[in-house]
Design a protein around this ligand. Structure first.
Ligand code: ATP
Ligand code: MG
Length: 271
């Protein structure tokens, strides 16, 4: 692997609350190389968001260590790391332009630079006609694009995305994936993207991590072997079909396990 940009080492997360103890994650290890694109799929509730929050410094691991560019991750998002959350996190009181400019203004970036970067991000996300609109006037998918743009304008060296295209239809999802690949090629950022869509996970990644049911661990990390120049056109290729079938076969049993079922007891079966 190229130089390691971020590392999870022996990471475990156990949540203790009034309702008891949930072993959400690990122990697991993961190295993200400089400029690498990694996607993660796993059953609902297996700890994917927890893993991402641990890397972002938003959740402290119960055990193990997390580092970014060789330095331990503390209890805040390190400079150079950008996060796109699973839920819509746009600011309802700011229009699209101001939502996207927010982080740049806070970082004290010069006005001309802000204008250039926000203009680029708005065009990149196809939001030109809505720069002055407020989040409530947008569709769910458009709001999510605002959130992605808001992170990308900060030009992070590690981009963490938690089901960023979940609110989009299949076609838009694949096309947004193409845009993300283009951005990744241009910026050499390291990308970690969580998704429940196997086709998206396989198309985008250099490596796909398949997670077990909770507590989430990697049951397989698969190198796709795709060239950096890949696009959604790859979905028509035979190799793509084989890889998605393989990922699904690994995931199926884990997803059943997460739902508390086994192969022998399908949903609704009468014995
Ligand atoms: N703050 C918290 N307090 C207590 N338990 C939590 C907390 N956050 C997450 N959990 C538990 O940890 C487990 C993993 O949650 P997480 O959100 O990481 O799953 P996920 O894989 O992202 O699921 P999904 O695919 O549905 O988004 C779940 O059982 C959840 O109930
Ligand atoms: Mg989640």
């Amino acid at each position: 692997m190229a130089e390691v940009r971020a590392r999870l080492s022996g990471v475990t997360k156990v949540f203790e609350s009034g309702n008891g103890r949930v072993h959400a994650l690990g122990p697991l290890d993961l190295d993200l190389g400089a400029g690498e694109f990694v996607t993660i799929v796993g059953p609902s509730g297996c700890g994917k968001t927890t893993l991402l929050e641990t890397l972002a410094g938003l959740t402290a691991p119960t055990d193990g260590t997390v580092s970014f560019e060789g330095k331990p991750v503390g209890d805040e998002v390190p400079a150079g790391v950008g996060v796109v959350f699973q839920e819509d996190a746009s600011f309802p009181w700011l229009n699209v332009w101001d939502n996207i400019a927010f982080g740049l203004r806070r970082a004290g970036v010069a006005a001309a630079e802000i204008r250039a970067r926000v203009t680029y991000a708005i065009a990149f996300m196809g939001l030109q006609a809505f720069a002055r609109a407020y989040p409530a006037q947008l569709s769910g998918g458009m709001r999510q694009r605002v959130c992605i743009a808001r992170t990308l304008v900060l030009q992070p060296r590690l981009i963490l995305l938690d089901e960023p295209f979940g609110a989009l239809d299949q076609q838009t999802r694949l096309l947004m994936g193409d845009e993300l690949l283009r951005l990744w090629r241009e910026t050499h950022a390291t990308v970690l993207l969580i998704t429940h869509a196997i086709d998206e996970a396989v198309m985008l990644a250099d490596r796909v991590g398949v997670m077990s049911a909770r507590p989430g661990r990697f049951i397989e990390l698969i190198e796709t072997g795709w060239p950096a120049s890949r696009s959604s056109a790859i979905v028509a290729e035979e190799a793509f079909g084989k890889l998605t079938a393989h990922v699904w076969s690994r995931l199926r049993g884990e997803s059943l396990r997460a739902l508390g079922r086994t192969e022998a007891e399908p949903a609704g079966s009468v014995s």
